[in-house]
Design a protein around this ligand. Structure first.
Ligand SMILES: C[S@@+](CC[C@H](N)C(=O)[O-])C[C@H]1O[C@@H](n2cnc3c(N)ncnc32)[C@H](O)[C@@H]1O
Length: 232
């Protein structure tokens, strides 16, 4: 009898094929520097705002340069490369090979390839412990059950800060999503999964972490909540 496929595995396969195909084209363009539509530009700028805040939070921990920092779901490597430029060594993994290949090219251009250990892997198989973990705009795609499992797992794997984003629940946006007007048709992104704050806190507590910073970032079509959690 074949292996039973769980919802989480199906969801993972769906994400992997999305981020190796249409999703790669879409997000690599958003994260890149070429001209994009006005809508995508708001996402690019909102994402840049989020990254710069996250970087400030992480840097404030004064981690040693040889700290083990995991960038979980690194995409095209934007955050890893910024940290590597500051002298940190990073472990960066992503489920989509295309994303990792692009991240390597960008890291080489920035002359920091030697400071980043890239891996093509799903977060579900990652193990070990780290001095800090970041995970940006990845958990936004996880439905509640998977979110709880992954959020608590990553939280428990960091001995220091766990800095990540989630899609905060907002009744107005939830309604727009329900009627299909959350994102203009051509720019529609993979299903966004909105979470309520107490649920996020509960998931973190399962991984032994508590929230110390929480900031909502709304910029055009980019809506996210940036969180920093530390050991309880
Ligand atoms: C919207 S992109 C964000 C990329 C990057 N963190 C950033 O903010 O620039 C989401 C990334 O998560 C990755 N991803 C989604 N599910 C994953 C999983 N289960 N394991 C590892 N990576 C995953 C995708 O391949 C994609 O590169």
């Amino acid at each position: 009898m074949g292996k039973e496929i769980t919802d989480v595995e199906l969801h993972k396969e769906e994400l992997q094929s999305y981020f190796n195909g249409v999703g790669y084209e879409r997000w690599a363009a958003i994260y890149g520097e070429h001209e994009v539509s006005a809508i995508r530009k708001t996402v690019r700028d909102g994402h840049a705002l989020m990254m710069s805040q996250a970087e400030n939070w992480l840097i404030s921990h004064n981690l040693p340069k040889d700290a083990r920092i995991l960038d979980a779901g690194c995409g095209t490597g934007l955050f890893s490369i910024e940290l590597a430029k500051k002298g940190f060594n990073i472990i960066s993994v992503d489920i989509a090979e295309q994303m990792v290949e692009k991240a390597k090219i960008e890291a080489e251009k920035a002359r920091v390839l030697d400071r980043i250990e890239f891996g093509v892997s799903d977060l579900e198989s990652i193990q070990g412990s780290y001095d800090a973990i970041v995970c940006f705009d990845v958990l936004i795609h996880y439905p509640p059950k998977g979110f709880k499992t992954m959020c608590s797992k990553l939280a428990s794997m960091s001995n220091g800060p766990f800095i990540f984003t989630y899609a905060p629940y907002n009744s107005f946006l939830a309604f727009k999503m329900w009627i299909g007007e959350f994102f203009p048709k051509n720019d529609r992104r993979m299903n966004l999964q909105m979470m309520k704050e107490p649920f996020v806190e509960e998931s973190l507590a399962l991984g032994g972490k508590k929230v110390i910073k929480h900031e909502k970032i709304h910029h055009g079509f980019y809506h996210t909540a940036l969180v920093e959690a530390v050991p309880q």
